[in-house]
Design a protein around this ligand. Structure first.
Ligand code: 5RP
Length: 240
């Protein structure tokens, strides 16, 4: 296994230690979340009682293979473990490298606790080097692309999968936007989501409770954020 993969696994392993019996657990998408789902599957096989909420069809398939029971619908999730493409010092994220950003954001918003697991390469001082994914309804694609080019001085690319345009699990397109530096993620996310035809964008602002960073030699650093004061802190299921 590469060093980066080891770091992802170390972060995943630490995140799983927060999962307790009877929790509803949001299951992220991507190569880091992959390790968390595998470890969770082993815990379920050993008797852990949880129900999962997958953030993508790929994750649903993997969770099923690992024997994790899944919920078809949800209104509240105890804890979600997901990866990210970039994390800034405030815990704001860019997500959507795997195209699952809209479901990932719904699951993060429904979660009492959102744990983000990354290797150290995902930590940045300022978001924006990673092209920001924007999910777009097919009907609005041409209009949204023209608005993005007009409103922002950024390069805009429709994501491909081989020769075809990439489609999300929701049947939509992804437009990747090269901002390079995002000065105000909260303002940008509102601006983007106000363009008719935009379903959602990959900026996750104020949705992170804990970031766990794999740092080499099986070590992981945890960074705590105060996303929201809620009754979650009185809930015995929540050790955070
Ligand atoms: C998928 C995501 C992933 O969490 C993100 O792309 C990170 O993936 P990886 O862990 O493979 O680096 O947002 O939509």
């Amino acid at each position: 296994m590469s060093d980066i993969a080891e770091d992802k696994k170390a972060a995943a392993k630490q995140a799983i230690s927060f999962v307790l019996d009877d929790m509803v657990v949001g299951l992220g998408t991507g190569s880091t979340a992959f390790f968390a789902i595998k470890i969770l599957g082993e815990k379920v096989a050993a008797g852990l009682q949880i129900k999962g909420v997958p953030t993508s069809l790929v994750t649903a398939h993997l969770a099923h293979e690992c024997g994790i029971p899944l919920l078809a619908e949800f209104d509240k999730i105890d804890l979600t473990i997901d990866g990210a493409d970039e994390v800034d010092p405030q815990g704001n994220l860019i997500k959507g490298g795997g195209g699952a950003l809209t479901r990932e954001k719904i699951v993060a918003a429904a979660s009492e606790k959102e744990i983000v697991i990354v290797d150290f390469s995902k930590q940045v001082m300022r978001l924006g080097k990673f092209p920001l994914p924007v999910e777009v309804l097919p009907f609005g694609l041409k209009y949204v692309v023209s608005q993005l080019r007009k409103d922002f001085a950024c390069e805009v690319r429709i994501r491909k999968s081989g020769d075809e345009a990439f489609r999300t699990d929701n049947g939509n397109y992804i437009v990747d936007c090269e901002f390079n530096q995002i000065v105000d993620p909260a303002e940008l996310t509102v601006h983007l989501n106000n363009i008719p035809g935009v379903v959602d964008n990959g900026l996750f602002v104020g949705l992170t409770d804990l970031v766990i960073v794999g740092k080499g030699a099986g070590e992981a650093e945890t960074i705590l954020f105060d996303r929201k004061k809620s009754d979650a802190r009185e809930n015995p299921h929540h050790p955070l």
